[in-house]
Ligand binder design. Structure first.
Ligand code: TEU
Ligand code: CA
Length: 572
């Protein structure tokens, strides 16, 4: 069935780093407003705006201290209302980032809650007595690897937090808390926003007995008791009944790490009234080293193929999912899955071809459309992320590691790598700000910026525009089936998408070397009168010149990072 969310091309906009409108070095709403025509030009039709509500910014806005106020550094409610209006005028929907698993410890609710055991807000959060020996109530860890419990002197109890200790988890068992959240969500929906990205959403429900998890192999320990908990579906269905579901066409994209396909369908099957989609997080960290937040592992293309195939077979047509290769929580994928050197342009376009012709609603992370790369600052003083800085100081000061070794791991794994300011032009600070940017701009901005990209018809930016137009024009890319071709090939990712008698063939060389690819008979036949759609190489590249299939060629010779898309006419 036709659904706007299936035809959406989403743009993740990280407000701190998109555009500074008042010269204080911090991105803001005024800055975003000055760039809405850029978004229109790119062709996206949905924006996911990172958190902009009042916050002490310990976690860059994911620590909310007031849900109904815009943080001063981002601007005013009037500017937010203007942004909603200006995006709507351009046919672009706006999703906000909804952070309701936790608040900041500076939220008035928490200040009340911690003040006394009998305060009416006490149970808005999760408090427990210490064990006999004064230790934490159980052995669960937060995502930073330390205890998920923080002792609070004032009332002699511990409170629970799966993220930073300044981000106490809300107690969703408390009905009054839930109804306050629903009221706040309606407040934003009444302003005309079109939906939400739901932060860390599958952590809302915890195992109410809070058992010790000593035998738990997972990291962080205890996670199995604080994700996908027993009342998750009840809460989401209530949230839908009380808020999202009362407004037409609201789109929700849940961030739900480590879920099975069955759980994804339970969260997103249309008839369950819970969420529209979940984020397909598995593709974004193929090279993460299991159990080592700061390590990198080799990754195989066959792994990526298996993930795409698993999600297609498990969820497509039943539930909903959104795909992405880069976001604000991890270094950009271009150098990790492609190349940020000689083949930067070709590989960025190849990755774009994958993201926009594979199944699932695609999310483009700001700057990905320019082929922006990861910053590699030479001093820890240029990094802002709290965990990055504490990792460096632990390694260098406590463990005596060589600073360059610690910085190499940071270059490869720090959240800050993908958070450097958007590169608009070659003026100072890439045109992002007239002030001192909150984090340094990537020094390569004179060569990589929007102005040069928009002026160059062969740029990554214009290639994305072409792909986005294609995705909006061809229903097969939103609704078509997905068939892997040659699952074992370690260099080439080939797949077809078919809807009735339209069949697209995408062939991608994910390597920096030439690749030979055997075309199966049905595709070879189909190519005889195929329509060439696009390629990332100049017209007449190694393969296109020969238009394989006419001479019944069986083997394609692909150039490094070559991407090709054909459209076949088939009998349905
Ligand atoms: O991230 C959630 C998050 O980080 C975990 O679910 C993730 O799977 C884990 O860290 C393993 O890598 C969201 C936001 O994207 C992030 O920026 C915030 O810091 C976090 O929630 C807390 O709000
Ligand atoms: Ca600003």
């Amino acid at each position: 069935m036709k659904e706007a969310w299936k035809e959406a091309v989403v743009y993740q906009l990280y407000p701190l780093s998109f555009m500074d409108g008042n010269g204080d070095g911090i991105g803001d709403l005024k800055g975003i407003l000055s760039r809405v025509d850029y978004l229109k030009e790119l062709g996206i039709n949905m924006v996911w705006l990172g958190p902009v509500c009042q916050s002490p910014m310990i976690d860059h806005g994911y620590d909310v201290s007031h849900y109904r106020r815009i943080a001063d550094q981002f601007g005013t409610m009037e500017e937010m209302e203007a942004l909603i209006e200006e995006l709507h005028k351009r046919g672009i929907k706006l999703l906000m980032d909804l952070v309701i698993n936790h608040t900041s410890d500076e939220h008035p609710w928490f200040e009340q809650s911690r003040s006394s055991k009998d305060n009416p807000y006490r149970d808005y959060y999760i408090w427990r007595e210490p064990k006999e020996d004064g230790s934490p109530p159980n052995d669960w860890q937060s995502f930073s690897g330390e205890s998920a419990w923080r002792f609070d002197e004032q009332t002699g109890e511990y409170y629970f937090h799966i993220f930073d200790e300044k981000q106490p988890d809300l107690n969703w068992e408390n009905e009054k808390l839930r109804s306050e959240i629903y009221d706040m969500v309606r407040f934003w929906l009444d302003k005309g926003i079109d939906g939400f990205r739901l932060d860390a959403i599958n952590h809302l429900s915890k195992d109410p007995s809070f058992p010790d998890a000593a035998d738990d192999r997972e990291s962080p320990r205890g996670q199995k008791y604080f994700k996908n908990g027993p009342r998750m579906h009840e809460y989401l269905q209530e949230l839908n009944r009380e808020a999202f579901g009362r407004y037409p066409g609201i789109v929700t994209i849940g961030e739900a790490p480590s879920v099975t396909m069955e759980e994804v369908n339970r969260y997103t099957a249309q008839d369950r009234g819970e969420m529209t989609m979940v984020l397909m997080m598995e593709m974004s960290r193929l090279d993460a080293k299991p159990g080592d937040r700061w390590g990198r592992a080799e990754w195989k293309l066959t792994r990526l193929k298996q993930i795409v195939d698993k999600w297609y077979k498990g969820v497509f047509g039943k539930g909903g999912y959104a795909t992405y290769l880069s976001n604000h929580d991890y270094p950009r994928s271009l150098p990790r899955y492609g190349d940020d050197g000689v083949y930067r342009k070709e590989s960025a376009k190849m990755l774009a071809t994958f993201l926009l012709t594979a199944p699932g609603t695609p999310i483009i992370y700001q700057g990905e459309e320019l082929g922006m790369t990861n910053a590699k600052f030479e001093s820890i003083d240029d990094y802002r992320d709290k965990k990055t800085r504490s990792y460096y100081h632990r390694r260098v000061e406590r463990e005596g590691a060589d600073p360059m070794d610690a910085l190499t791991a940071i270059h490869q794994c720090s959240k800050d790598s993908s958070r450097t300011p958007m590169q608009w032009n070659d003026s100072p600070n890439a045109g992002f700000t007239t002030g001192q940017p909150w984090i340094p701009v990537n020094p390569n901005y004179p060569d990589i910026h929007a102005e040069e990209a928009m002026a160059d018809p062969d740029s990554i930016f214009h290639y994305y525009r072409k792909l986005i137009r294609l995705r909006k024009k061809e229903p097969v890319l939103a609704y078509g089936d997905f068939r892997l071709v040659d699952e074992e090939h370690e260099q080439v990712f080939c797949y077809t998408r078919q809807l009735e008698n339209t069949k697209f063939v995408t062939i991608l060389n994910f390597s920096d070397e030439k690749a030979e690819f055997n075309l199966p008979k049905d595709i070879r036949e189909g190519l005889k009168d195929a329509e060439y759609i696009l390629s990332n190489l100049p017209e007449g590249g190694a393969v296109l010149g020969e238009k394989p299939g006419k001479e019944d060629r069986a083997v394609l010779n692909l150039a490094p990072y070559e991407a090709i898309v054909w459209k076949l006419k088939v009998n349905a």
